[in-house]
Each structure stands twice: as structure tokens, then as C-alpha cells.
Design a protein. Structure first.
Length: 173
């Protein structure tokens, strides 16, 4: 009996969500706030599923759960902003990671600024990317948005906020 490569791979591909969580905790990432706005409503969330895709043209991707308010705003507006957080912004990361419920205004009481698309950005970040959605696709329980960077700005010089094994880290850890 000949077993194809596809069948062999399929028979050994029993990876659970817990397996993935355990493995992905070993991947150190920077921390971002992905934000958007639509008809006077703004919202954002902490996202580590962010990456640069291409320099020419300038493209980035973000992965968001389809049941989030930020997903709905990006889906409606076709734009999003990415604030890359500095190590001094752990409290902001926590706020946008759900310590303030998804139905509330996570930007309340925070200073913000806007670039070209109108998406809100948070001062003190290391860098800011203002993006227009050029493509999206479903990926499991998430959607991946591919955004063309319309404007890119750097902030102050500081160390990045890092996340590893369910905790914030710094470069000297």
C-alpha cells in the first residue's frame, strides 16, 4: 500500500489549540495597538500578530478575530493604524488587550493624533503606520488584513515593548 505525502502529513497533524499556544509562547514579539475608525466611532486592540510583508510596495499584515470591534471597524472603513509600543507603554498595552471591555472607549482619557486615514495613534510609540486595506482573507477564526502603508513615521528613540511566554520583557532580560 502506497501512502501519499499528503496522507502521511494529515495523519500526523493533530495539533490542538493548546499545542499552538504553548509553542507560540516561545516566539518573542513586539507589541502594537491596531486601531481604526468609522462614522465617529474609534477603537483599537493590542495585537502581536503583525508583520511587515513587503518594502516595495510597503505592505504590512495584521490578524484579528472576526468577533472583535476593531475587526468590524477595519472591515467597514478599509483603513487601520499601527502604533508600535515602547517599553514605557505596558499599561497602554494592557488597556487595549481587554482590561477595558471591547464595548467601551479604550481611547478615553488618552492623548491621540491622526495622520492621513484618520485612524487614531498613541503618542510615545516607537513608530506609526497609517494603512489602507488592499486585501483580506479568512484564516481560521481570524481575518488577515493586508494593508498598504500610506504614511510611516518614527517616534522617539526608546526600547521596544516585548512579549514572551505570557509576560512583558525587555531587551536585557
Amino acid at each position: 500500500m502506497n501512502i501519499s505525502d499528503d496522507e502521511r502529513i494529515e495523519n500526523h497533524s493533530i495539533v490542538t489549540a493548546q499545542d499552538m499556544r504553548s509553542v507560540m509562547r516561545q516566539w518573542t514579539t513586539g507589541v502594537t495597538i491596531v486601531s481604526s475608525h468609522w462614522h465617529g466611532e474609534q477603537h483599537g486592540m493590542t495585537v502581536s500578530s503583525f508583520t511587515s510583508i513587503s518594502l516595495e510596495p510597503p505592505l504590512v499584515s495584521v490578524s484579528l478575530g472576526y468577533d472583535t470591534r476593531t475587526f468590524r471597524l477595519i472591515e467597514s472603513s478599509g483603513v487601520f493604524g499601527v502604533t508600535i509600543l515602547s517599553e514605557a507603554q505596558q499599561e497602554i498595552s494592557d488597556r487595549f488587550a481587554g482590561r477595558i471591555d471591547d464595548t467601551q472607549d479604550r481611547f478615553s482619557g488618552l492623548e491621540t493624533f491622526k495622520l492621513s486615514t484618520g485612524s487614531p495613534f498613541i503618542p510615545g510609540g516607537l513608530a506609526f503606520l497609517d494603512c489602507k486595506v488592499v486585501s483580506k482573507f479568512e484564516a481560521g477564526k481570524n481575518f488577515v488584513f493586508l494593508g498598504k502603508v500610506i504614511l510611516a513615521r518614527t517616534g522617539g528613540i526608546s526600547a521596544p515593548l516585548l512579549y514572551y511566554d505570557r509576560d512583558y520583557r525587555n531587551i536585557c532580560d
